[in-house]
Design a binder for this molecule. Structure first.
Ligand code: PLP
Length: 429
């Protein structure tokens, strides 16, 4: 009897199979070759038949050369940092594709000369916030802060209330970032209270700027007082406001969340924000404010190290000019329609033998803003064991465990995702 291992098809033979060759064109030779080797090994080990090597190779191939997998966000946290914060709009995704090749990002096609980088994205930002005299974009909110601190306060003081010394998440502490730039922190007030007199007493010739930071992921209640931006007008130093979330205008659903236009109207000289929180765009740090200050930041040597790529500029412009971003749609979903969706899903799952029900729930904006705000939502309720099964399902789903049950909160998901959610649950059951 011949050794079956000798009949395992050779690598070159598998690689010339038309479907395998097409996959290699799409995913890269190395990745496909690895899948071939794995399938061959399984055949040698007797786990699959020799004739199944090609089918096994094809089945094991990923959808994409990148390993990141889409995840349905059923957590009820609209901006989930571990899921990449804001999902992009179709318009922004389309813009990314178009920007991926060679583009006019730094070229004026009408003259053939070099043009200002990202001019269209900056124009879109200024059109969205006419209060700002000038705008600049860097890699993220943290970069915006460190650029401002370096250019405006290196070797000098940043005046900051103790209650605004925020840790954003994953150990990112804003005060540490600020002092790493060579600026000194001048802490004023206490954890719960700060007064205008504290600011007045702290500002002097050594002040680089006064910083106001939005405590975007916690609330302090009780005996508290803070000083609004408007009260700091004429304090004797530039006022920089880190609003965090990236709202450009007051939001009807989140009335307490700071926004760029209001901060500028209140007298802020510079406003800093993230692009991938409530603005709903790509990761970016937005700087909006007085022309003279923005110019100073833009021309600082460090600005080059924080420069955003053409993909970010394209996605940002499309987010600003395009239709409502997914996060904006999520904020505007009403509980009745969410509940109807949850009921429909629960019915269809029950009909397929999965113990499911629907109930009202509460969603939150997440680490990106509006701490303490509960958004009326609805969820499909499943036995707790589903939480883990769904993480490994296809499509992967991140659910929320509460009171020993698995909740699929629909607030962050558009109705188009209900079908994927249903498939994932049925596949996991
Ligand atoms: C999120 C946040 C930041 C950091 O922004 P990134 O874009 O994550 O770098 C800074 N300040 C505040 C108030 C924030 O909420």
């Amino acid at each position: 009897m011949s050794d079956p291992r000798q009949r395992v098809p050779g690598t070159d033979r598998v690689l010339t199979h038309p479907e395998v060759a097409a996959a290699a064109d799409r995913l890269g030779h190395r990745l496909v070759k690895q899948a071939v080797h794995t399938a061959q090994q399984r055949a040698r080990d007797g786990e699959i038949t020799v004739s199944a090597v090609i089918a096994e190779t094809l089945a094991a191939l990923p959808d994409s050369a990148a390993s990141g997998r889409p995840v349905l966000n059923a957590t009820g946290v609209l901006l989930h940092t571990n899921l990449g914060r804001a999902p992009l709009s179709e318009a922004a995704v389309d813009a990314l594709r178009r920007a991926a090749g060679t583009t006019d990002v730094e070229l004026d096609l009408s003259t053939g000369r070099r043009g200002p980088r990202g001019a269209a994205a900056l124009a879109a930002l200024l059109a969205a916030v006419p209060r700002a005299e000038a705008a600049h974009v860097v890699n993220n909110g943290a970069a915006a802060l460190s650029l401002a601190a370096t250019a405006l306060a290196q070797g000098r003081e940043i005046v900051l209330a103790r209650g605004e010394m925020v840790e954003i998440g994953d150990g990112f502490r804003l005060p540490e970032l600020l002092t790493a730039t060579g600026a000194r922190l001048r802490e004023i007030g206490t954890t719960n209270r700060v007064r205008l007199d504290d600011y007045r007493a702290a500002v002097g010739p050594d002040t680089g700027f006064v910083l106001k930071v939005h405590p975007s992921n916690f609330v302090i209640t009780g005996f508290t007082s803070a000083v609004p931006v408007a009260a700091l007008r004429g304090i004797g130093a530039p006022v920089v406001v880190d609003i965090g979330s990236g709202l450009l205008h007051p939001h009807p659903v989140l009335p307490a969340e700071p926004d760029a236009t209001s901060a500028l109207a209140d007298g802020a000289d510079l406003v800093l924000a993230s692009g991938d929180k409530l603005l709903g765009g790509p990761q970016a740090g937005l700087l909006l404010g007085r022309a003279e200050i923005v110019q100073q930041l833009r021309h600082h040597p460090l600005a080059r190290a924080m420069r955003v790529d053409k993909l970010t500029l394209a996605a940002l412009e499309a987010t600003l000019r395009g239709p409502r971003a997914p996060i904006e749609q999520a904020l505007r979903r009403d509980q009745q329609s969410l509940l109807r969706r949850a009921e429909r899903l629960a019915e269809s799952l029950s009909a397929a033998g999965v113990p499911a029900s629907a109930q009202p729930s509460e969603a939150t904006v997440g680490g990106g803003g509006a701490p303490g705000v509960a958004l009326p939502s609805a969820a499909v309720v499943l036995p707790a064991r589903f939480a883990e099964l769904l993480r490994r399902a296809d499509p992967a789903v991140l659910a929320c465990l509460a009171h020993d049950r698995c909740l699929l909160d629909l607030a962050a998901l558009p109705p188009e995702d209900d079908d994927g959610l249903r498939r994932a649950v049925l596949g996991a059951a």
